[in-house]
Design a protein around this ligand. Structure first.
Ligand code: PLP
Length: 445
């Protein structure tokens, strides 16, 4: 929410003090941009913000509009801004690289990309040491699925209903969501029951949901599969924490069927969940392939696939190539992100502030019937809005209004889940302010 708006409406607490003066802005207005965006960027105008802000500057967890008005960013650029907007260390590393050399190709040597790959590999357990850089999460998942199919000489992939894995052919096939009906026909892709403790048929019994994966293998395949792909917390799907016991049980089922376990860490990685650096670590498993994007570059377009040298061989003995994958500027940014997360203890901050925020949001459930569920970990939190806490009927119309006020994202099968994914530098004072805005907005409805 914005500072001025909050003062006008007397929300109850003040937006935390922040010492930054935004630069003067002389560019086009929000209404002018809105009109032109409709003409030239039509796909950007989806059923999202009713009055999108014209954002011209960002500093850490704050954004500034054309009039210099400050907003607390509780969406973090769709969970991409891990260290904070324009973090000075990331800017410095990026600009330095940009001045030296922007781009060559991975066919030549350059220390930026090798240094980053080495630092990234050090964050993984076991043999997960072979890194391929991509430009996005979609490409990372496309590559992971390709590797699994090549390595196993199998075609069948299992993913979970309501998961989101990207917008290219294989990843759209693996994605099983309501809003994502692009009529992509993918042979050999199976969508397993969603182990969703809030709405799923087996509640929190992870092992019962895992049996469905075994059934898919038994009834729908030759008994062997290429792999399984899942997010450890479904992000776009509405911040759904998978039922306890599910991932370890599926891991052993997939291994028995000869498949590779792919952990999609595009949203859950880089310390966002607070308790662990990677989401899979919270489930006590070690995947065969891990995919990354979003928070890896603090906003620069970079993704990665990390796997074992043995599995990576299926690509290294072929000619596999991406023009911008491993771009030097993005690699410099990514490496700086790793250093900042460590230096500023952002993973620990995500845990402490995220747990506090979750507790505060949960306490509002007693006051506001519209809050059906509060879930997630660290700085990956979701608030599901319902018409009635017992019947769980999705509150879709109310959602748009609250989302707009809180500057958060939208998710879930019914589009009724507030997604709270701020930069990891979010403070307790920011959390208090966000909760006040939510409380105030809901009280006025
Ligand atoms: N995987 C997950 C879990 C995601 O949340 C997303 C994007 O939201 C993707 C993959 C696709 O990433 P990108 O939009 O960078 O292609």
């Amino acid at each position: 929410s914005s500072e001025d708006e909050q003062e006008d409406e007397n929300v109850g607490s003040k937006m935390p003090h922040f010492n930054h003066t935004p630069s003067p802005y002389n560019g086009p207005s929000a209404s002018d941009l809105s009109k032109r965006r409709k003409l030239y960027l039509p796909t950007a105008v989806g059923p999202y913000y009713i009055n999108p802000l014209n954002l011209v500057e960002g500093k850490m967890q704050y954004l500034y509009d054309e009039n210099g008005r400050r907003y607390l960013d509780a969406f973090g650029g769709i969970a991409t801004v891990s260290c904070g907007h324009c973090h000075p260390d990331v800017v410095e590393a990026t600009v330095k690289q940009m001045r030296l050399l922007q781009h060559t190709t991975v066919l030549y040597l350059n220390h930026s990309v090798v240094d980053f790959a080495e630092a990234l590999a050090a964050k993984f357990p076991g043999d997960l040491k072979a890194v391929f850089f991509t430009n996005s999460g979609t490409e990372a998942n496309e590559l992971a699925l390709l590797i699994a199919r090549l390595y196993t000489s199998c075609h069948d992939i299992i993913s979970i209903r309501n998961g989101y894995h990207g917008n290219a052919t294989s990843t759209m096939g693996a994605t099983a969501q309501n809003f994502h009906k692009f009529n992509v026909v993918q042979s050999g892709v199976h969508h397993a029951l969603n182990p969703d403790p809030y709405r799923g048929v087996f509640g929190s019994d992870g092992v019962k949901y895992a049996n469905d994966v075994q059934d898919i293998i038994d009834y729908g395949t030759c008994g062997r599969v290429a792999g399984f792909i899942a997010e450890s917390i479904q992000g776009v799907g509405g911040v759904i924490e998978l039922a306890p016991g599910y991932l370890p049980a599926v891991h052993s089922i997939i291994k028995k069927a000869g498949g590779l376990f792919i952990a999609d860490e595009v949203q859950t990685g880089f310390g966002r969940i607070g308790s662990h650096f990677w989401g899979f670590e919270a489930h006590g498993i070690v995947p065969d392939i891990v995919t990354l994007a979003k928070g890896i570059g603090n906003g620069t377009p970079i993704g990665a696939v990390v796997t074992t040298p043995q599995i990576a061989e299926v690509l290294t003995r072929r000619t596999y190539f991406s023009t911008f994958g491993g771009n030097l500027v993005c690699a410099a940014a990514g490496h700086a992100v790793l250093r900042v997360i460590e230096k500023e203890k952002l993973e620990q901050n995500a845990f402490v502030v995220g747990s506090y925020l979750k507790e505060c949001l949960s306490s509002l459930m007693n006051k506001h019937e519209i809050i059906g569920d509060v879930r997630g970990r660290g700085m990956l939190l979701g608030v599901e809005l319902v018409k009635d806490q017992k019947l769980k009927i999705p509150a879709k119309a109310e959602m748009l209004h609250i989302m707009e006020k809180m500057k958060v994202g939208k998710g879930g099968f019914y589009g009724n889940v507030l997604r709270i994914t701020p930069p990891l530098c979010f403070t307790k004072e920011d959390a208090d302010f966000l909760v006040d805005v939510m409380d105030y907005t809901m009280s006025k409805m």
